[in-house]
Write a protein that binds this ligand. Structure first.
Ligand SMILES: NC(=O)c1ccc[n+]([C@@H]2O[C@H](COP(=O)([O-])OP(=O)(O)OC[C@H]3O[C@@H](n4cnc5c(N)ncnc54)[C@H](OP(=O)(O)O)[C@@H]3O)[C@@H](O)[C@H]2O)c1
Length: 407
């Protein structure tokens, strides 16, 4: 028997599940690879000694999370000649370049499938399966907590606060959900995807993100009548010789492949002229699911080739993009309101695709969808509409994704 020694940094939800999975799958892995994985040491806050674990390992798995000491440990292990597998999106989205460079210099593998989309094989497909395709755009639902909350709001009509409380009760949201609901967690994952898909140096600081905290049950209810469903959507795309990476709530038409991705599932749609589009979906988190993706990376490292991204090419980030929008307005129910709104939209070159109007006693709700327009023009129109005297509350714009990929 040839042992393959795995040092485990972190023994929480994922680390604990990985330990059990390695024990359970060791025979099968040995039969496939000719090497038998075994845990050579475990580090937590109260047990193990880092340098000693590195010394006794062929590969180190980092499942501590956060920036430090995870970054320091990953660098140290690679410089000591050890392959590293991690599920840590924060450290990759912030310090990816430094880590990829260190892996390249040391001639070791750095694998991170579980950092994006849990067990959904996003990294592998972008980096290996589609290595020959020129990827134009990736859309992703890459945060299961927010997808669960939006799904529940849509299914039951409940408000955001109630749906969040339910997600926390059922273990789909953490006690402090801010990274998830603000869009920051999804932004980190989209930065990692963009770095791989476009070979552009993108860190989380360059991703514009908005969360779901201000979404109301009304937004979802009115949009249903327009045939739309709401997701927290990450987008990474090539535009005008540069790239744009962003995360925001967006409406999708029912025929978009991501429109039917519900609950805590993650999904990614990859678009390229060579392949039209590929959609991958599955559980985005969970101890045993994530551990399964981590162990897949460990096995790949036992039998190379490398998955390091190529050195980054200088690529500008595009500041303004075109998008269709949904706009919800609560207005006094009086003559001339729609005409004034339409005039402002028209002056900014915004053209309306569809409108629904509902009476709310003395007030009315106008919900509309407009054709794609530069975001800066649309937001200028929304700002002006927000000043109109008959507005009862701030206008609520949400982006609409128009692609549907029908054959
Ligand atoms: N949970 C998921 O579903 C999921 C999904 C995808 C990716 N991930 C990623 O997987 C990683 C691990 O997540 P998790 O949910 O397993 O976290 P967790 O349950 O909080 O476990 C973290 C582990 O790291 C240890 N640790 C924390 N600080 C340490 C330090 N300074 N030195 C040594 N050990 C330290 C903890 O030690 P103690 O036991 O002493 O507290 C614990 O064993 C994170 O990067 C996360 O983003 C998780």
């Amino acid at each position: 028997m040839t042992p393959f020694r795995v040092g485990l940094l972190g023994h929480g939800t994922v680390g604990g599940a990985l330990h059990e999975l390695i024990d359970a799958r060791a025979d099968a892995i040995e039969a496939t690879t000719g090497m038998r994985p075994e845990i050579s040491g475990v580090l937590t806050r109260s047990r193990g000694e880092f340098a000693d674990i590195v010394e006794r390992s062929d590969l180190v798995v980092e499942l501590i999370g956060g920036l430090e000491p995870a970054r320091e440990y990953i660098l140290h292990a690679m410089r000591a000649g050890r392959h590293v597998v991690t599920a840590n999106k924060q450290v990759l989205a912030e310090h990816g370049e430094e880590l990829y460079e260190a892996a390249r210099e040391a001639g070791v593998q750095l694998r991170f499938e579980a950092a994006v989309g849990g067990v959904v094989p996003v990294i592998r497909v972008i980096h290996e399966t589609l290595a020959a395709a020129h990827i134009d755009r990736v859309h992703g639902i890459v945060n299961g907590t927010t997808n669960f909350i939006l799904t529940e709001m849509t299914r039951t009509g409940m408000g955001y606060a109630e749906a969040l409380a339910q997600a926390q009760e059922l273990g789909f949201a953490e006690a402090d959900p801010s990274d998830d609901v603000s869009g920051r967690d999804a932004a980190a994952k989209m930065a990692i995807i963009a770095r791989l898909a476009f070979n552009a140096r993108v860190t989380i600081d360059e991703v514009a993100y908005e969360g779901i905290e201000r979404i109301t049950a009304d937004d979802i209810e009115y949009a249903k009548e327009l045939g739309l469903s709401l997701k927290l959507l990450g987008t990474a795309e090539r535009l005008d010789g540069g790239v744009s990476v962003r995360v925001h709530p967006a409406f999708l038409y029912g025929s978009h492949p991501l429109a039917a991705v519900n609950g805590s599932f993650n999904a990614v749609t990859i678009e390229s002229p060579a392949i039209t589009e590929i959609t991958l979906s599955g559980p985005g988190a969970g101890g045993s699911q994530t551990a399964s993706a981590v162990l897949g990376d460990v096995i790949s490292a036992m039998i190379p080739p490398t998955t390091l991204p190529a050195p980054a090419v200088e690529t500008p980030l595009v500041p303004d993009v075109r998008s269709a929008f949904y706009l919800s307005l609560e207005v006094a129910d009086e003559p001339g309101v729609l005409a004034q709104v339409a005039e402002i939209l028209g002056l900014q070159g915004v053209s309306v695709k569809s409108v629904v109007q509902k009476g709310l006693g003395e007030d009315a709700r106008l919900a509309m969808v407009v054709h794609p327009v530069l975001e800066s023009r649309f937001m200028a129109a929304v700002h002006l509409i927000g000043q109109l005297p008959f507005l009862r509350s701030a206008p609520r714009p949400i982006r609409v994704i128009e692609e549907t990929f029908e054959e």
